[in-house]
Design a binder for this molecule. Sequence first.
Ligand SMILES: [Mg+2]
Ligand SMILES: [Zn+2]
Length: 313
Amino acid sequence: MFERFNHVAPPRQVDPRLQSGTKRMITLLGRSRPQLSSAYHQPTSKLVSLNDVASSPAQDNQLTPQREQRLRASLDGGSRHIMTENTVIVFDFDRTLIDDDSDRWVIANMGLTDLFLQLRRTMPWNSLMDRMLEELHNQGKTVDDIAQCLKGIPLHPDVISVIKSAHSLGCDLKVASDSNTFYIKTILEHHGIYNCFSEIVTNPVLVDSGRLRIFPYHDVDSLHACDLCPPNLCKGRVIDRIQAETGSKRLIYLGDGRNDFCPTLKLVAADCVMPRKNFPLWDRISNNLELVKAKVCEWSDGEELAKVFHSIL
Ligand SMILES: [Mg+2]
Ligand SMILES: [Zn+2]
């Protein structure tokens, strides 16, 4: 008996008549801040801190708080939908959409820490997580036990509400993660936001006679040649495919890890990357700003993530 946890919703239909106004609206709201965070000294940095975003209306004499309020009110009346209908938001999952790491959570909360520490240097991550699930099965833990454990992972209320509002505004939301379909579906369903996402791109999971099995996202026969990404998943290739499917839509990419740098490099100037501050992606972007074409908006926690979103959507 195999059950495959896959989720691919049909692509959202966009009225082509809405396309023409999009660029103009992005320019109007997407005020670029060439100003640098003092931590970086590159004169052409696109790094935008929350303070920059939050204070920008007051600094920009073209856009007073009153004018911004009127603009937002008018956008809420319809034009804002034109912009958001043309926005694709791709979330990394662990330590981005959720504050914790789902693999770590299961290991720590289901008594696997010792075995994990023993094996961690001997196996690739993907195979190691599959081995952890085998161990749980051998101990008599059921799929439901694992689901119950996953449901204990907290999700920041501001992240839940920003996901719901971005979805209702017409944004196309996706997840690209090196976790797995079972973990992500269980957690998002538990928090009532699974249906906000059109696609979950991650390692597939099968239930084989009551045991969860994790498989690599990319077929072993067609391993990618990207040296920025682990062999089982190149998120840059995922972004290539999304860009090919969504054409000129604006992309917003959120992540924290080393494997989020490859997709970051695929973004264009109209796009936005949102790295979690002081995490590996943020470090890599900070040290390679000249390679990143997209606007960079950093955030530290769920509350800041939501504030940045409200500023750029
Ligand atoms: Mg992550
Ligand atoms: Zn890659």
